[in-house]
Ligand binder design. Structure first.
Ligand SMILES: Cc1cc2nc3c(=O)[nH]c(=O)nc-3n(C[C@H](O)[C@H](O)[C@H](O)COP(=O)(O)OP(=O)(O)OC[C@H]3O[C@@H](n4cnc5c(N)ncnc54)[C@H](O)[C@@H]3O)c2cc1C
Length: 400
């Protein structure tokens, strides 16, 4: 199944692509992580410091949905807090927002320790709309965050300094960060290579449980014996995880050529809350990445004709929004990929319905934030420690 279409900017700009061997003989490990996207890489980085781990990827590390991720690392969720009532309690929403801020802090510290090879930068975030009909909902979200002591500023037509129209917006000065998720993934895998066994071009085809151990077979017939398995196979989960667990969408992105002198307030990460929504940010070489226009995924392929129309629409909307820069906007990259969304906006991270099998799939617009917290959650589950967010991330929460 195809999860990416087009050439993503993020992997295309990697001139030194590090490779890893394929598994050529049988092996044994305590924890087997299947999938070498950003989720598998984050989990492997943390678990391999404590456990005997192996990470296997069917293709090249980082070339799944991770290579498309715009990476607006933000603590907010896809839906407004008031829309999540019924799915999450108010105190769970506050805990999840705080978990987002903590995860950004954790990534910052990690990058300081490993060296910044993935263009990591802290950024404010702006959630806004240029439509009068969205003002009430944005005001409500602003009040919710302010009341719960999140650092936010309300933006409207009077105080707007952005080069695009804002009817209502929430500016969070310490609300986010950006990086290249593909490079981050590569960096994490490389820095764990002395602790974990890493294999590329190693596809898991079949799993059997014999005498309490998993016998896992690759497409070339090699066998891995493991005590525990974590599936971090992204949204390609027909084989190892039920597609009913989350809705899947295709999201479309364009990247412009560099636009000199284009900037806005602290180069904030921007999410447009109208419908259809858009998300965008400035890349380090002053290109704009502009995405959105999501469509429901058919379950088989990303339709090329629809994608071509969406890229044209995105370019039109970008030009309309940044009118002043119209003559300098030229699209250099156009690509699309899958992402998953659950009812409570959180990933599918935790125990599956089978003993010693775990799922690790980040979902929604702040999926990577979910994954950073998720690594801690999996560690707690392995150690039989209590974790207050286990229930809201549980992959079995939608299984009746
Ligand atoms: C256009 C776009 C924009 C996005 N923007 C953001 C954003 O701004 N912020 C954010 O946080 N998130 C964003 N996301 C979501 C983010 O990309 C995902 O949450 C994240 O990449 C998921 O990572 P993953 O490792 O689970 O999936 P993937 O990167 O798809 O990795 C899964 C890996 O598993 C491997 N695999 C599958 N089956 C097997 C098998 N049988 N054997 C071995 N290996 C296997 C695949 O080859 C793949 O490499 C965006 C996504 C898209 C498409």
């Amino acid at each position: 199944m195809e999860v990416v279409k087009g050439v993503p900017y993020f992997s295309d700009t990697d001139s030194k692509c590090k490779g890893y061997p394929y598994l050529g003989k049988d092996m044994e490990t305590d924890i087997l992580i299947v999938g070498g996207g950003v989720d598998g890489a984050i989990l492997n980085y943390y678990l391999s410091q404590k456990y005997d781990c192996a990470l296997v990827e069917k293709g090249r590390i980082g070339y799944g949905c991770t290579s498309c991720a715009t990476v607006l690392l933000e603590y907010q969720l896809d839906d407004y807090a008031h829309e999540l009532k019924g799915e999450l309690t108010e105190s769970e929403i506050i805990s999840v927002y705080k978990m987002g801020l903590d995860s950004i802090e954790k990534i910052d510290k990690l990058i300081k320790k490993l060296g910044n090879k993935c263009h990591f930068t802290r950024r404010p975030s702006l959630l806004y709309s240029d439509k009068i009909t969205d003002i009430l909902a944005i005001k409500k979200e602003y009040e919710f965050r302010r009341k719960n002591n999140f650092n936010v500023e309300y933006i409207n037509e009077e105080n707007n300094t952005f080069p695009f129209g804002v009817k209502a917006g929430i500016f969070a000065p310490d609300g986010g960060a950006e990086f290249n998720a593909y490079l981050f993934t590569k960096q994490l895998v490389e820095s764990s290579k002395n602790q974990a066994k890493i294999y590329e071009n190693t596809k898991i085809e079949k799993v059997e449980k014999i005498d309490g151990k998993f016998h896992v077979f690759t497409s070339f017939g090699e066998k891995i014996i493991a005590s525990k398995i974590v599936y971090a196979t992204g949204f390609n989960f027909e084989k190892f995880c039920s597609p009913k667990l989350c809705d899947r969408f295709v999201t479309y992105s364009i990247v412009t050529k560099p636009i000199n002198n284009l900037k806005w307030r602290d180069n904030a990460l921007v999410q447009d809350a109208s419908n259809p929504y858009h998300y965008f940010r400035l890349l380090p070489d002053n290109r704009v990445i502009f995405g959105g226009e999501d469509t429901v995924f058919s379950g088989e392929i990303i339709d090329e004709k629809t994608a071509a129309k969406k890229y044209v629409k995105l370019e039109k909307d970008l030009v309309k929004m940044l009118k002043k820069y119209e003559s300098r906007i030229a699209v250099d990259y156009a690509f699309s990929g899958l992402f998953g969304q659950t009812k409570n906006n959180l990933g599918l991270i935790g125990k599956s319905d089978q003993k010693d099998i775990y799922y690790f799939t980040s979902c929604g617009a702040n999926g990577i934030i979910n994954a950073v917290y998720g690594a801690k959650l999996i560690e707690d589950l392995l150690e039989n420690e209590f974790n207050a967010l286990e229930k809201v991330f549980s992959p079995t929460r939608y299984i009746k």
